[in-house]
Design a protein around this ligand. Structure first.
Ligand SMILES: C[S@@+](CC[C@H](N)C(=O)[O-])C[C@H]1O[C@@H](n2cnc3c(N)ncnc32)[C@H](O)[C@@H]1O
Length: 186
């Protein structure tokens, strides 16, 4: 039986989920999805969308799956249509000639950050439908980052830029403050 404090914390968390989402497409390693879900949960992401995948590793999620909604969409075309109908902006996280560096990226309102499969990346139809493609600069000799690491970097870059956009809110005191801030940006 949770304590009253824990019950209140759970209610506040659910009430203040932030207006952005994360999606992964055709991911093959369930551990990566679980790991990304753990970061998404820490950052109060509204939901994690699994495109073309239906399961993930709950060990890596470390119970985040209990609190952060996870939804499955069968295919990229359906995912794109749904996001567009809901007025969400797709932000593909990918190395691509059209990509903007993470250091310069300005994220659109209500973004859905889309991560690609370990082997094949974000599919072309999602890249083409994206408002923005963001690339994390690399200087190493390995050609790409782990997908969960890449997603985590972009999630926290988004939060850092949200807070930076309002000088008065350098370090939000609470999740409710952060949600009000996120929703105040048109
Ligand atoms: C391991 S990478 C995919 C590598 C794939 N073999 C390729 O060459 O496209 C898996 C996913 O992590 C993300 N990712 C990895 N490194 C990235 C980077 N430097 N910038 C942006 N996204 C990255 C992308 O979403 C990518 O689809």
């Amino acid at each position: 039986m949770p304590t009253p404090e824990r019950t209140a914390k759970i209610a506040a968390y659910r009430q203040n989920l932030l207006p952005f989402a994360v999606a992964v497409v055709n991911m093959s390693k369930e551990m990566n999805i679980g790991s990304l879900l753990r970061t998404a949960h820490a950052a109060a992401v509204r939901e994690l969308i699994l495109v073309g995948e239906t399961s993930y590793n709950t060990y890596a999620a470390a119970t985040a799956e209990k609190w952060t909604p996870v939804r499955c969409v069968p295919a990229p075309a359906e995912f794109v249509a749904e996001a567009q109908a809901a007025g969400h902006s797709l932000v593909a996280v990918e190395r691509d000639p059209r990509a903007i560096s993470l250091f310069e990226a300005a994220y659109p309102p209500r973004p859905v950050f889309v991560l690609g499969a370990e082997k094949y990346g974000v599919p072309p139809e999602i890249l083409d439908a994206s408002t923005l493609i963001v690339e994390i600069p690399q200087w190493g000799l390995v050609p790409s980052l782990n997908v969960a690491a890449a997603g985590s970097l972009v999630i926290y870059d988004h939060l850092a830029k949200l807070c930076g956009a309002r000088a008065a809110v350098k370090a939000p005191a609470s999740l409710a403050d952060l949600r009000r801030l996120a929703e105040s940006i048109p």
